[in-house]
Design a protein around this ligand. Structure first.
Ligand code: SIN
Length: 542
């Protein structure tokens, strides 16, 4: 088995992974492993933008207040302040690297700031409706030309390697990871002093999601299997408005469309959000998604509609070029007819417990971006705060790693060759396909926008059975990317259900008919899951 050595292993090539790699590359040798092409990440699909105080009329206090308000008592305020305060400096660095955010026509010194739900004012920097693409374009280009960064596409992390698993004396520590090379099916190991998980989210755990196919919770599942605490996983954000069309794959219709005056209407053409919240169509996402769910269920409709027909074709084409052309591809002219929309899984507010500086409970392992739970989002993420979090925390993480004394380096350990045992090539692809659909359907049907104890129990029974079957299949067959992703979504699915079962109240994104009120009788508490290390690596090595 090939073993690659480097100072830092970064897993994931979204905003968090790329910023961390670029910063670390100044002084260290970095391997950046990404399971597909370097420009394929959740970030690349981000439409809305980066929430940041750039307008002289705006203030940090107002941004903090909006973030805490959306988070319903579960944000860590010191974390909120630390991340939001760093935003402007990090955004300026992105601009220096070449990222172009939209400026106001005729007033180049002023940003054209977007409005999104839960923000008390316009605060979202954007590049049309393809903000993520613009950021990734610049960062990938920088990373590809960097002498200290080796980008390894098609390299999918399987599991972390720790001294604990290798039965080394002393405190447990991360040593790197086993990875599967998709191009030739071989397993290799990367041995690193520090490993940064920047693997993004897990939208694919649900049948309908705004996320691309890569979002299978790989980092979350690996960290959990390595025994790390996972926080707040019940808080899954459903984006209220994804395009309802059989071939559109839940394409996102940015909240910025509502920010520019788009109004949600039902099939009868009635604006309904006012019944649910005084802020109407721009209420925070949890409220809007639940209202849409209720409207669809009570009326028996398959979707609701987003009406922005009062805006001109010219305006819409310029402000939302990607949304405009995508809708047109499906014969929807958004200046002339309302857009059919439904909610879909969008963002995991919980994740691997991590500090603003990325540190986790496992020395040598850091987490930043969506895979991490720093405490910024609490029970519901404020729109466009996620790119900001990824940008700031990856920078701070890199600085913290570079500040480590030499004694913080990993001990020199032999990494044993990957054991395939008696595994044979997968000849039952149908098992993977079937279980993939079953996990995601169970999550959509029973662990969605509105939950109940019985629905969660049903989901748990099914997912536990599926996980047993998947584990056996994983051990019996030679691993493939599909098997690894299936195993990861099944692990994450169970963690979401377990977290949801622990929360006996409704708060933010977690809404259950059995406990419809928010429990105000005690201080709000985070949900914490931690299990002894287990799973793949140890099973393969023992
Ligand atoms: C959107 O453009 O509506 C998504 C922005 C976000 O998820 O923060």
């Amino acid at each position: 088995m090939q073993v690659l050595d480097c100072d830092i292993l970064v897993v994931g090539s979204g905003l968090a992974g790329l910023v961390a790699a670029l910063r670390l590359g100044r002084k260290s040798r970095v391997i950046l492993a990404t399971k597909r092409a370097p420009d394929e990440s959740n970030t690349a699909y981000a439409q809305g933008g980066i929430a940041c105080v750039m307008d002289p009329e705006d203030s940090l206090e107002e941004h903090v207040r909006d973030t805490l308000g959306a988070g319903v008592g579960l944000c860590r305020e010191t974390v909120v302040r630390a991340i939001l305060a760093e935003g402007a400096a990090r955004v300026r660095e992105l601009e220096q690297l070449g990222v172009r955010f939209e400026r106001r026509t005729g007033r180049a010194e002023e940003y054209d700031l977007g409005q999104e739900g839960g923000h008390s004012r316009r605060r979202v920097l954007h590049a049309g409706d393809m903000t993520g693409r613009e950021i990734i374009r610049v960062l990938v280009d920088q990373a590809e030309r960097h002498p200290n960064i080796e980008i390894r596409p098609d390299l999918m992390a399987i599991d972390l390697v720790t001294t604990g698993w290798l039965k080394q004396p002393g405190p447990n520590r991360c040593l790197g990871a086993y990875l599967l090379d998709r191009s030739n099916g071989e397993v290799l190991a990367v041995r690193a002093d520090h490993t940064v998980l920047a693997t993004g989210g897990a939208g694919k755990v649900y049948l309908y999601t705004s996320n691309p196919d890569i979002a299978t919770g790989d980092g979350l599942a690996m960290a959990w299997r390595a025994g790390l605490p996972i926080l707040n996983l019940e808080f899954v954000q459903f984006h209220p408005t994804c395009l309802y069309h059989p071939e559109a794959k839940s394409f996102l219709i940015s909240e910025a469309v509502r920010g520019e005056g788009g109004v949600l209407v039902n099939a009868a053409g009635e604006s309904f959000m006012e019944k649910y919240d005084a802020r109407g169509s721009l209420a925070p996402r949890d409220i809007v998604a639940r209202a849409i769910d209720n409207e669809m269920k009570t009326r028996g409709d398959r979707c609701v509609y987003l009406d922005i027909t009062h805006r001109s074709t010219r305006f819409l084409r310029h402000r939302f070029p990607n949304i405009f052309t995508t809708c047109l591809k499906f014969d929807i002219h958004m200046a002339r007819m309302p857009i059919p929309v439904v909610p879909a899984a969008h963002y995991f507010c919980g994740g691997v417990e991590a500090g603003v500086d990325g540190h986790t409970r496992l020395p040598g392992l850091y987490a930043c971006g969506e895979v991490a739970c720093t405490g910024l989002h609490g029970a519901n993420r404020l729109a466009s705060n996620s790119l900001l979090e990824a940008l700031v925390t990856s920078h701070v993480t890199a600085e913290a790693i570079l500040d480590q004394p030499a004694s913080g380096r990993a001990p020199r350990c032999e990494i044993p060759a990957w054991q395939s045992g008696a595994a044979v090539p997968s000849d039952e692809g149908i098992v993977v396909e079937h279980n993939w659909n079953e996990v995601r359907t169970a999550m959509w049907d029973y662990v969605g926008i509105v939950r109940t104890d019985r629905r969660l129990e049903r989901a748990m029974r099914r997912i536990r059975n599926l996980r047993r079957e998947i584990r056996q299949y994983y051990l019996d067959t030679l691993i493939t990317p599909d098997i690894l992703e299936l195993r990861n979504i099944a692990d994450v699915a169970e963690l979401v259900v377990r977290s949801a079962q622990q929360r006996r109240e409704s708060r933010g994104l977690h809404y259950t008919l059995d406990y419809p009120e928010t429990d105000l009788s005690r201080p709000a508490a985070e949900t914490r899951l931690q299990d002894p290390p287990g799973g793949a690596v140890s099973e393969r090595l023992d």
